[in-house]
Design a protein around this ligand. Structure first.
Ligand SMILES: *[C@@H]1O[C@H](CO)[C@@H](O)[C@H](O)[C@H]1NC(C)=O
Ligand SMILES: *[C@@H]1O[C@H](CO)[C@@H](O)[C@H](O)[C@H]1NC(C)=O
Ligand SMILES: *[C@@H]1O[C@H](CO)[C@@H](O)[C@H](O)[C@H]1NC(C)=O
Ligand SMILES: *[C@@H]1O[C@H](CO)[C@@H](O)[C@H](O)[C@H]1NC(C)=O
Ligand SMILES: *[C@@H]1O[C@H](CO)[C@@H](O)[C@H](O)[C@H]1NC(C)=O
Ligand SMILES: *[C@@H]1O[C@H](CO)[C@@H](O)[C@H](O)[C@H]1NC(C)=O
Ligand SMILES: *[C@@H]1O[C@H](CO)[C@@H](O)[C@H](O)[C@H]1NC(C)=O
Length: 773
């Protein structure tokens, strides 16, 4: 008996979580028994199993008169009726004298009838044993004071799916035993804290589906016994810090289907006993650092079905010692989970991440979850390379080790739906099952990749509004991220090698006088004096994980914004065209037309800054973000067949060290200014609009012959050699796709990193290179 009860109880709690509580019939429950009484015509009288609100089993004399189009009570009702089902009839009032005789009536189901006044049921009757009253789906529009005061024993009251829009402050007076109250799916626009004063024993409250935009402050203070609160589908946009104050016993809380844009962290602090939290289907964009921290009792967390969620940031979930199940699924834009997003989740067993836009799950996440038993990753565009090494067929035994506790015991993490967990990148592994790819087939390191669905290619903001652009990238080694503004200004966190030692043209003059930003720590080096000079306010903000925020956008800030993610292997970029429309003017034009407005034909002064025997440093200034600029160079000699080398220039870069040049040779170098990727798609004539600038120089004389490209003695590092091999192969492969005469490799010593759109080619040939090596 006992285990059954526990089971039922649990199910009830879990179902409350999603908004329904149904006693689950398990295994060998007794069936209905015949009950020999004079039963009303067409009704069925039986002894049936019945569970009290606290899940105690009864054999209940039951009269079932559902679906009979009744307009009045059927007679005769057996005097010891315990449960009376009158669901789906046409009742609008009851003969209370008849009910009065039913002294043992415990459960009365009047749902789906035509009651418009609750007094017609409760007045003049004293149903002192009634525990459950079902009045869902009637026509109730208001509850006057003391509506149910004669039902002194009532424990459950179901009023959902009516038209309630007025509830008197004392409507529930007298219901001191009430444990469960369903008011969901009515037309309430406010929640009145006075309703709850009469309900000191209430444990479950369903308020969802009412058009309440804001909860009152301290609204639930009286509900000291509340365990479950369902606030789904209400239109809540935010939560006051003290909205949940006083809910000391609350264990389960659902905000399903609201308009929350952030995790209501401050409000959640007030419910320290919370075990189940459902934030599904909200408008949360980021789960930020500290959003879920120190919630010591939390067992299950749901962050599903969020159209706008793009990123789970570092330490978003921290110190949740009881968390066993985490669901972050069906978020079509979620492409980034920080490698350190989950900290100190010592009991997490089940991690559900299917049906997102994740390209990988960083190995660090697996290592940081010592109790993890199962993970679900299917229906994601998984990239089977370095970041996913831990998932390879032969890797799981050896690589997932508990490094922190120095227990080097291998752990097996089960994949949920392994047959549907497929690689989508690189192409030669596409559609292979992740668990069947061996780690030899996956490359060991990888280029950054910015997932395209985290950033649109065109965004329009209102003048004076806030521009927020989220850029994230995963790679190994971990990439550095920076933004290039329309002015060419580069915003990054750390000093970048790319600009080391080379002056960045002062960008500030191209910002309007009142703008700029004053945070030197978020500005790449170069000319600190300029930063401070033109940064009087916190106008720009670059958040640690790569989100760019601009407050009070002006029209002069429209243009091309490029996010660059780079690591030692290369870089990926993504350009967003930002339109800023005035407060008054509303123009209706296609995005392509709008994008064209932000194409600029600009000149850049290409200069040779320094020439050595084997290198030359070129620089240019444009005062504009030019996202697809190319540099090409060619030795000018009597031999007509010298190849032309071309390299793409990363956005925000304004100098380049051409290396591996021949000494004593004339070179001609051309810079071709780019346009945005979006504009390229928008206009077929884009190539014509490119402009080139060229300079010539001669490398210095040298006495001895110089080493050839690949056998260069200073390239002792294997990594550098491999990189070179890979780049050369890549560039050779790229031949013919472009109408360049020929493409070759410049040498890239992280001085300038190459923009490589499609990392997979590099990866294949990198692997080949290493085996051949
Ligand atoms: C109500 O139930 C009690 C206990 O089960 C029983 O003794 C009593 O006869 C019942 N009352 C009626 C009217 O049947
Ligand atoms: C309840 O009883 C009062 C008198 O005691 C009577 O006036 C009223 O009509 C009754 N209401 C119902 C719904 O029977
Ligand atoms: C710059 O930003 C960092 C981090 O956001 C902050 O710690 C620092 O105080 C800021 N500096 C200035 C000058 O505002
Ligand atoms: C940054 O701005 C704050 C206030 O906006 C100002 O107090 C501070 O001096 C500024 N810092 C620099 C380095 O300009
Ligand atoms: C450019 O590259 C050459 C050859 O690798 C190197 O000697 C020189 O120092 C570099 N110059 C700068 C400014 O990085
Ligand atoms: C090339 O890179 C290595 C390490 O990445 C660095 O030690 C070296 O100084 C770099 N050389 C040049 C010429 O920049
Ligand atoms: C990479 O290497 C493979 C195997 O050697 C070769 O077939 C392929 O053409 C190479 N790809 C490129 C882009 O060079």
């Amino acid at each position: 008996m006992r285990p059954t009860l526990v089971f039922l109880h649990l199910h009830c709690l879990l179902f409350v979580f999603v908004g329904v509580c149904v006693p689950i019939a398990v295994g060998s429950l007794p069936h209905a028994l015949p009950w020999h009484v004079s039963c009303p015509v067409r009704c069925v009288c039986q002894i049936k199993p019945w569970f009290s609100p606290d899940s105690v089993y009864h054999e209940a004399p039951t009269v079932d008169c559902n679906d009979l189009l009744l307009t009045k009570l059927p007679l005769p009702l057996p005097p010891n009726t315990h449960t009376l089902h009158l669901q789906s009839n046409l009742l609008s009032e009851l003969d209370t004298a008849v009910l009065h005789g039913l002294t043992n009536l415990t459960d009365l189901d009047l749902s789906q009838n035509r009651f418009s006044h609750v007094r017609t049921i409760s007045q003049n009757t004293s149903l002192s044993s009634l525990l459950s009253l079902h009045m869902e789906e009637n026509h109730l529009s208001h509850l006057p004071e003391a509506s149910f005061s004669s039902l002194t024993a009532l424990q459950e009251l179901f009023l959902s799916h009516n038209n309630l829009h007025v509830i008197a402050p004392g409507a529930f007076t007298g219901l001191t035993s009430l444990r469960r109250l369903h008011l969901n799916n009515n037309r309430l626009t406010t929640v009145d804290p006075r309703w709850f004063r009469a309900l000191p024993n209430l444990e479950v409250l369903m308020l969802g589906g009412n058009p309440v935009e804001a909860l009152p402050e301290r609204g639930f203070l009286a509900l000291k016994s509340l365990r479950s609160l369902v606030l789904g589908g209400m239109g809540l946009r935010g939560l006051a810090e003290n909205a949940l104050e006083g809910l000391e016993g609350l264990e389960s809380l659902s905000f399903y289907d609201n308009l929350l844009t952030k995790v209501p962290t401050q409000a959640l602090i007030k419910v320290p006993g919370l075990k189940f939290l459902d934030l599904n289907k909200n408008h949360i964009k980021l789960v930020e650092t500290g959003d879920f921290r120190d919630m010591t009792d939390l067992k299950e967390l749901g962050l599903n079905n969020m159209e706008e969620l793009v990123s789970i940031e570092r330490a978003a979930l921290e110190n949740l010692p009881e968390l066993t199940k985490l669901e972050i699924t069906n978020n079509p834009r979620l492409s980034f989970i920080h490698p350190q997003a989950f900290l100190r989740l010592s009991r997490l067993e089940s991690l559900m991440l299917n049906s997102n836009s994740l390209s990988a799950l960083h190995q660090h996440i697996m290592l940081s979850l010592p109790s993890l038993q199962e993970v679900s990753l299917h229906s994601n565009p998984l990239r089977c390379d370095c970041l996913f090494h831990w998932a390879a067929e032969d890797a799981s035994h050896t690589h997932i080790e508990d490094t922190q506790t120095e227990k080097h015991s291998p752990r097996m993490v089960r994949f949920i739906q392994p047959l549907a967990t497929l690689c989508s990148e690189p192409p030669e592994l596409r559609s292979r099952r992740v668990r069947e790819v061996s780690s030899r087939e996956m490359s060991a390191s990888c280029l950054p990749m910015i997932p395209t669905n985290s950033l649109p290619s065109y965004i329009e903001v209102r003048e004076g509004g806030k521009l927020v652009l989220h850029c994230r990238a995963l790679a190994d080694p971990q990439p550095e991220l920076y933004w290039v503004m329309p002015s060419g200004l580069r915003l990054g966190h750390a000093p970048s090698q790319a600009s080391k030692g080379l002056p960045i043209p002062a960008p500030c003059h191209s910002l309007t006088a009142s703008e700029g930003f004053n945070n030197t720590s978020s500005f790449s080096p170069g000319q600190p004096q300029d930063n401070t000079a033109c940064n009087p306010s916190q106008h720009y903000r670059l958040l640690p994980e790569g989100t760019l925020e601009i407050n009070k956008v002006t029209q002069s800030e429209a243009g091309l914004y490029t996010c660059v993610a780079e690591n030692a292997l290369g870089a990926d970029t993504h350009t967003v065209t930002v339109g800023v429309h005035g407060r008054v003017k509303k123009r209706k034009r296609g995005n392509a037309a709008k994008m064209k407005e932000y194409q600029f034909r600009v000149d850049a002064r290409l200069e040779v800054r320094d020439v050595g025997q084997h290198y030359a440093i070129l620089s240019w200034q444009s005062g504009r973000n030019l996202p697809s600029t190319r540099l090409s160079w060619q030795a000018i000699s009597s031999n007509a067949h010298t190849p032309t080398y071309t390299t793409r220039i990363l956005a925000g870069t304004q100098s380049f060290n051409l290396t591996h040049l021949q000494a004593e040779t004339f070179y001609r170098v051309c810079l071709r200014l780019g346009i945005s990727e979006g504009a390229k798609r928008a206009s077929r004539r884009s190539r014509e609009s490119r402009k080139s600038q060229c300079v010539s120089f001669r490398t210095k004389d040298v006495p001895e012959p110089q080493p050839s490209l690949l056998l260069s003695p200073e390239l002792t590092s294997t990594a550098v050699t491999l990189l070179l091999l890979a780049l050369i192969l890549l560039l050779l492969a790229g031949q013919g796709g472009d109408n360049e005469p020929g493409e070759g490799a410049g040498k890239h010593n992280s001085t300038i990193l190459k923009e490589v759109k499609s990392p997979k080619v590099l990866i294949i040939n990198h692997t080949d290179g290493s085996t051949a090596h």
